[in-house]
Design a protein around this ligand. Structure first.
Ligand code: DOR
Length: 439
């Protein structure tokens, strides 16, 4: 007797696309067969004409709790994730207080319990002071250490090579890094202040700012023999360098850098402002080449909500960041339909990729014994993305008015149907993600 059978779907397994029925018991995949029609089940989902993908893992979101719950909290952020077809999220440490202690990590884990609509893990913030990161990063529910080499929202910053080296030398896990060179940001801040328009954002935080930091990081990573994950890469120059360093570095791109270009500053102004910036079409073409040639390991949303009021401040007082956890799947499926990537590559970037680089236990593939996490999508469905659909507290999206084809229909997490036909179901059943080697 199964708890749930998903029948008639086109499933994406390690063997490729297959017509399979999936049997689920106690939150795990326990049967994969051409048909389970003869089998009993408490619940059945008919996935005829749908694609059944391994649950999408968004490994970079900012959910603002504690400290800035007026922008987002763990309940609304995970709700947005589940509605958008995301089954697990990794949350960033630039909250208030920042997640730099056992107490702060445990506080987040407690807050998430009973309120999270999807599975979750939290990053520890690297700091220049010795905060015992190497002990913190091995606690259950922690996805690793995040280092900000350039300052962004919040006050986490590790600017000096020695301080970065100290973290990498003692860390046991792949470190996630925001690469922008702080001294160059300081030197060039006047460009933003004098420019007074977000179109100056990519000039202030220019290609060299990103490249210098990534170059410094790779040198240190190699000295320390320690793997790093370079978040939200935005430039051709970084991609070329990263392609030569795949033994030590993995790479993330965001849907917004793959979708928006610098014309967005004229169209939506400060709402297009994020760090590192949205850049020119030339840079975007290089990002797509890096998706095609395998340099990129992961797509993460960098969901970074701020209210409309905050975003409406005059540049550069306006905060950087835009929401994205709810739109990651639709935007990327639309790119699949436009021939920019295959659905297989989408699965690699959103499920197998995060699982591989972060050593996630039991997630990221449709296989026996794995968590029954699925993002079931309708590749035919056309929707115009609307601010009204956004359940994040900020209630806006840079994609308002955009017509997309390809849509998440159901979100299933450890056998629980959390979203069905666009409606949230049941309860917030999210649990901490588990990692291989961490108990
Ligand atoms: O634009 C950004 N916003 N980039 C970051 O690195 C942080 C984020 C935020 O937390 O607002």
């Amino acid at each position: 007797m199964f708890d749930l059978i998903i029948k008639n779907g086109t499933c994406f397994t390690p063997n490729g696309r297959q017509q399979l029925d999936i049997g689920i018991q106690q939150g795990k995949i326990t049967a994969l067969a051409p048909t389970l029609a003869e089998q009993q089940s408490n619940q059945t989902i008919d996935a005829q004409n749908l694609h059944v993908l391994p649950g999408v893992i968004d490994s970079q979101v900012h959910f603002r709790e504690p400290g800035n719950e007026h922008k987002e909290d763990l309940a609304t952020g995970t709700m947005a994730a589940a509605l958008g077809g995301v089954t697990a999220i990794f949350e960033m440490p630039n909250t208030n207080p920042a997640t730099t202690s056992v107490a702060a990590l445990n506080d987040k884990l407690q807050r998430a319990e009973g309120r999270a609509w999807c599975d979750y893990a939290f990053f520890i913030g690297g700091t220049p002071e010795d905060s015992n990161w190497h002990q913190l990063e091995s606690l259950p529910g922690c996805s690793g250490i995040k280092i900000f080499m350039g300052s962004s929202t919040g006050n986490l910053l590790v600017e000096q090579d020695d301080a970065i080296r100290a973290i990498l030398q003692r860390s046991q896990r792949r470190c996630a890094v925001h690469c922008e060179d702080e001294p160059r940001l300081r030197e060039r801040k006047h460009i933003a202040e004098e420019g007074q328009h977000p179109r100056f954002h990519p000039e202030w935080r220019d290609i060299e700012t990103a490249f210098l930091a990534t170059q410094r990081l790779l040198k240190i990573a190699r000295e320390c023999h320690h793997p790093v994950h370079v978040l939200h890469v935005t430039t051709a120059k970084e991609m070329a360098l990263l392609a030569q360093n795949k033994d030590i570095a993995t790479v993330e791109v965001t849907p917004q850098h793959l979708t928006l270009t610098d014309s967005a500053y004229e169209e939506i102004g400060t709402f297009a402002q994020m760090n590192p910036p949205i850049r020119s079409e030339t840079q975007q073409i290089a990002l797509w080449e890096a998706v095609a040639n395998g340099t990129v390991d992961v797509v993460g949303s960098d969901h970074a909500p701020h209210t409309r009021e905050e975003k409406s401040k005059p540049y550069p007082e306006s905060p950087a960041g835009m929401p994205g956890v709810q739109t990651l799947v639709p935007i990327m499926l639309n790119h699949v339909n436009n021939g920019k990537l295959t659905l297989e590559r989408f699965v690699d970037l959103t499920a197998s990729g995060p699982a591989r680089i972060y050593n996630i236990a039991n997630k990221g593939r449709i296989a026996l014994g794995y968590d029954a996490d699925f993002t079931i999508v309708d590749m035919q469905k056309r929707v115009v993305i609307d601010n009204d659909w956004i359940v994040s507290k900020c209630a806006w999206t840079p994609y308002h008015g955009m017509s997309v084809q390809g849509w998440p229909l159901h979100t299933i997490i450890r056998g629980n149907t959390v979203m069905l036909d666009g409606e949230l179901q049941s309860q917030p059943i999210g649990e901490a993600v588990r990692f291989i080697g961490i108990v």
